[in-house]
Design a protein around this ligand. Sequence first.
Ligand SMILES: [Zn+2]
Length: 70
Amino acid sequence: MKCPYCENEMISGKICSISRNSGLVWKDTEEQIRLNDEPKLVARINGDRISGYICKNCNKIIVDYFPCNK
Ligand SMILES: [Zn+2]
């Protein structure tokens, strides 16, 4: 996928919450990047993973979502 901001090729990976202390992290094959450590949000999504694409040029992440009211 091409970044809509800079048109660089984006890298696929996942947004994960692996423990209460780690916050939200981006993970791909190269590295792990901390996104956020707001405790209430981390507790709510603990254990989940969201697939997405990252642009390391503009520090943007794009994720899909699935409507839950269909
Ligand atoms: Zn970009």
